[in-house]
Design a protein around this ligand. Structure first.
Ligand SMILES: CC(C)(COP(=O)(O)OP(=O)(O)OC[C@H]1O[C@@H](n2cnc3c(N)ncnc32)[C@H](O)[C@@H]1OP(=O)(O)O)[C@@H](O)C(=O)NCCC(=O)NCCS
Length: 157
């Protein structure tokens, strides 16, 4: 089912093509807009009046504040040492790995194709350049870009 019955959608949420998203166990704030081919996993909280552009992947452990822009094809990462199986060959299951949480504060913007490593905080009003690989916290109201992402300049408001 593209939008599972355990998803909490705030008033005025717009999902342009509900049949082309994969949302489960998450909470989406009022007036947020979500594009096609977006996956939002269990436990994720997305704030109010955000824009989540098409093809983005928001994994378990991510918390997104209000008025955040997520560009196209943004990928969040929550497992620094992923494995398909355990040491004794069992298929890895919940509990066999440790989740590294990530926070995106209000009015931050994440450019298209950015990769956000687990464990970082993207500060309020920060701007992440297209294609950036974010490996460290990003201070509020700063612009970062590159692989790994480095500060370019300040961003007003
Ligand atoms: C990072 C960004 C904010 C920089 O914008 P800016 O401050 O106006 O910077 P400029 O375009 O003047 O470029 C400054 C320098 O950074 C480089 N640069 C710009 N964007 C870059 C990026 N995404 N990654 C790496 N370097 C980048 C430029 O090549 C330039 O380098 P140079 O001085 O060696 O020539 C912007 O380019 C960007 O990526 N914005 C995100 C856009 C986006 O993804 N929108 C999504 C919806 S369409």
């Amino acid at each position: 089912m593209p939008i599972a019955s355990d998803v909490a959608l705030g008033a005025g949420v717009v999902i342009h093509h509900p049949e082309l998203v994969n949302l489960y166990g998450c909470r989406i704030g009022a007036d947020t807009r979500i594009g096609s081919f977006v996956e939002i996993q269990r436990g994720v909280v997305v704030g109010r009046a955000c824009k989540i552009s098409s093809h983005s992947f928001i994994c378990e452990g991510v918390a997104i504040g209000d008025e955040v822009f997520v560009g196209h094809g943004v990928v969040f990462i929550n497992d620094k040492d992923p494995r398909a199986t355990t040491a004794d060959g069992r298929l890895a299951a919940p509990g066999d790995w440790s989740l590294t949480p990530t926070r995106v504060e209000g009015r931050a913007s994440i450019g298209s194709g950015a990769l956000i490593m687990g464990g970082v905080t993207i500060g309020a009003g920060a701007l992440i350049g297209a294609g950036a690989l974010v490996t460290h916290d990003v201070a509020p109201h700063t612009v970062v870009a590159g692989v790994p992402a480095r500060m370019l300049r300040r961003r007003e408001e």
